[in-house]
Ligand binder design. Structure first.
Ligand SMILES: Nc1ncnc2c1ncn2[C@@H]1O[C@H](COP(=O)(O)OP(=O)(O)OP(=O)(O)O)[C@@H](O)[C@H]1O
Length: 614
């Protein structure tokens, strides 16, 4: 096997393909062949559902309906309207995609499990339609006379031929899905799944991607439905009821939610199990239930992830696991040597990096921002400017409204009234994703690093906006997509080096010390090429020596013309870093001025400095 031309993510797929294609040579049993064909159809629907779960964390309880729509629409097009099979497939897939889009549009706007409810309801409605629209669907008696699949003049009219066709189709779909998840878009989708708001402030359009992924996942079901209809040549509503949707979700849950390989394992197990348990006659339902319960109780994360954790635990106890090296908590060598400051240009050419105007012209202008949480006035007509190349500190006692103001600026909260202008462009009403695109980067009070991503992948999320490759390029891993990814990786590695993190580029981010995580989060925000950076308690939790590293780094941002809005409780850091200090108390701006004035302002001393914990 030439590992150079086989993409990394496909390497495990090749042995699977060999096993699947070789199986009919040893398995000369028509019944088992039929069972394998059913397995492949289920695996196709599960693959689509797993793509949705892996990338957005959303679950659908309506995939049986999309499977059924694929089957019925292609049956009607090819039988009633006498369309060629290829046209029937295109019609069925496109119609399902449009229906899924219309369903996702209002549903995915809402947070939580509304998609589950909506798809459950949708499945019930579609099932009723299949039964009631007798003149079109044949009603409960079913739809017969569907033409068999054929590739040109080659009819797939035996179980064996269909086996080769459907498993090959599945392997292709599996390979393409692995490609997608391994691409820039796949990285963004996984980020949405884990921390949607963090993904949004990095400029990733979470809602759009969720809708596209949902639509794509239903197309897998439609293609499986098409294959099923033209394999069995007769369909009836019973096959596509809500129980099939539940069965599909169970296969995903048993295998491992969001794990493509786990989904395949779950499908094989749950398709084959009832057939083998039939030997136990009346006991088969009980045994099936016990097996399901056993898997879900002992491996709640699913079979494959459980197996993985078991193997890695074994490796660790055997002393072969990669352990965190001693001294990991110390700042990286480059940082210790004073290289924590950004020394090389982290901003690519052609991006508006550092276009915040230097001097005292405002890059960001906040006016009369007010916001209430129910009866609590968190911000009351707050307004000030942040010039490019300056650090403006926002201080105030706990609950003064500092984080709320950062959330308003970054689009996470919408103020009751007020205006936010970034170089004359209003940010009011813009989503966090659009605000990020306008050139506002931010870090969070509690570090928002994707713990199980590598350090490099975390940083690459900050470069998402600089990529152009879409879903199709991700699926096909086109040459342009690979080239673009390579450029972004080089850029990210260089940027990591500026922060002394290059050596750990391929380590999981959870292995980083707090200082390193904070540096990574800052590096990621800077990867957006922001003109304004919002920093929420950047030195919180760090010791004085570590704080120094960050102070030096933040101070260096001035040279780039980046305007910084710094929320910080550490007064030494505030006095050291800021060009101007804004003071909030109970959502009101009570003072503003250079550090030496604020230090002596009696209102500030009374409101904040006098009451702060020592
Ligand atoms: N989502 C929310 N819902 C209701 N009240 C909120 C919400 N977020 C913040 N608040 C309230 O708004 C006020 C301002 O909170 P905010 O977090 O902005 O304060 P802060 O100045 O950042 O405080 P700290 O220094 O402790 O982080 C507080 O009284 C807080 O309890």
């Amino acid at each position: 096997m030439n590992l150079i031309i086989v993409p990394r993510q496909w390497r495990a797929l090749l042995p699977l393909a060999v096993v699947l294609w070789g199986l009919p040579l040893v398995m000369r049993n028509d019944y088992l062949l039929l069972l394998c064909n059913v397995m492949a159809l289920n695996a196709m629907v599960v693959l689509g559902l797993n793509l949705l779960i892996a990338s957005t964390g959303q679950v659908s309880l309506g995939h049986a309906a999309f499977y059924g729509l694929g089957a019925y629409l292609s049956a009607i097009a090819s039988t009633t309207w006498q369309w060629p099979l290829f046209a029937a497939l295109a019609f069925a897939a496109a119609s399902v995609a449009v229906i899924a889009f219309l369903l996702a549009l209002p549903t995915l706007k809402l947070e939580g499990h509304y998609l589950v409810m909506a798809t459950l309801g949708f499945n019930i409605i579609v099932f009723i339609c299949f039964n009631q629209m007798e003149s079109v669907t044949g009603g409960p008696s079913g739809f017969s006379g569907i033409p068999r699949l054929a590739l040109g003049s080659f009819a797939l009219n035996t179980d064996l031929r269909f086996y080769v066709f459907i498993w090959t189709l599945f392997l292709v779909a599996f390979a393409l899905t692995l490609n997608l998840l391994d691409s820039r878009l796949g990285r963004a989708l996984k980020a949405i799944h884990q921390k949607e708001l963090t993904a949004e402030v990095l400029g990733i359009p979470a809602r759009r991607y969720k809708i596209v992924t949902f639509v794509l996942s239903t197309v897998y079901a439609a293609v499986a439905g098409f294959s099923y209809a033209h394999y069995v040549t007769f369909i009836s509503p019973k096959t596509f009821d809500i129980f099939y949707s539940v069965q599909i979700v169970t296969m995903v849950a048993v295998g491992g939610m969001g794990s493509l390989w786990g989904g395949l394992a779950g499908t094989i197990l749950l398709t084959a199990l009832p057939e083998f348990l039939h030997h136990f006659e009346d006991l088969h339902v009980l045994l099936y239930g016990l097996t399901l319960m056993g898997v879900l109780v002992f491996c709640p994360q699913g079979l494959l992830p459980a197996l993985k954790s078991l193997l890695s635990a074994r490796l660790k106890t055997g002393g072969t696991a990669i352990l965190r090296p001693a001294g990991m908590d110390r700042p990286p060598a480059s940082v210790r040597a004073g290289r924590g400051r950004i020394v090389s240009a982290p901003f690519p050419a052609g991006h508006p990096a550092g276009t915040g105007m230097q001097g005292d012209l405002p890059a960001l202008k906040l006016s009369d921002i007010s916001l209430d949480f129910g009866g609590l006035q968190a911000l009351n007509q707050v307004g000030f400017d942040i010039p490019g190349g300056r650090v403006v500190a926002l201080i105030g006692p706990n609950g003064a409204g500092k984080t709320t103001l950062l959330n308003v600026v970054s689009g996470l909260l919408r103020p009751r009234n007020g205006q936010i202008l970034l170089r004359d462009r209003s940010l009011i009403g813009k989503s966090p994703c659009l605000v990020a695109r306008e050139g506002i980067g931010r870090t969070f009070q509690a570090v928002q690093i994707f713990q199980d991503f590598t350090v490099l992948d975390n940083l690459l999320l900050g470069y998402h906006l600089q990529g152009r490759a879409g879903f199709l390029a991700g699926y096909l891993h086109t040459r342009a997509e690979r080239r673009e990814e390579a450029v972004l990786r080089d850029r990210a590695l260089e940027h990591l080096d500026d922060f002394g993190l290059a050596e750990k580029a391929h380590s999981p981010a959870q292995q980083l010390s707090l200082l390193e995580q904070k540096l990574l989060e800052l590096a990621r925000a800077l990867a957006l090429s922001p003109s304004i950076l919002l920093l929420d308690e950047p030195v919180g939790g760090l010791n004085p020596r570590e704080s120094e590293v960050l102070v030096e780094t933040i101070s260096g941002l001035r040279e780039r013309g980046i305007g910084v809005l710094l929320v910080e409780h550490d007064m030494n850091v505030v006095m050291q870093l800021s060009d101007r200090i804004e003071v909030l108390q109970h959502g009101n701006r009570i003072a503003s001025g250079p550090p030496r004035e604020i230090r002596q302002d009696p209102r500030v001393i009374a409101a904040y400095l006098g009451t702060r914990r020592r």
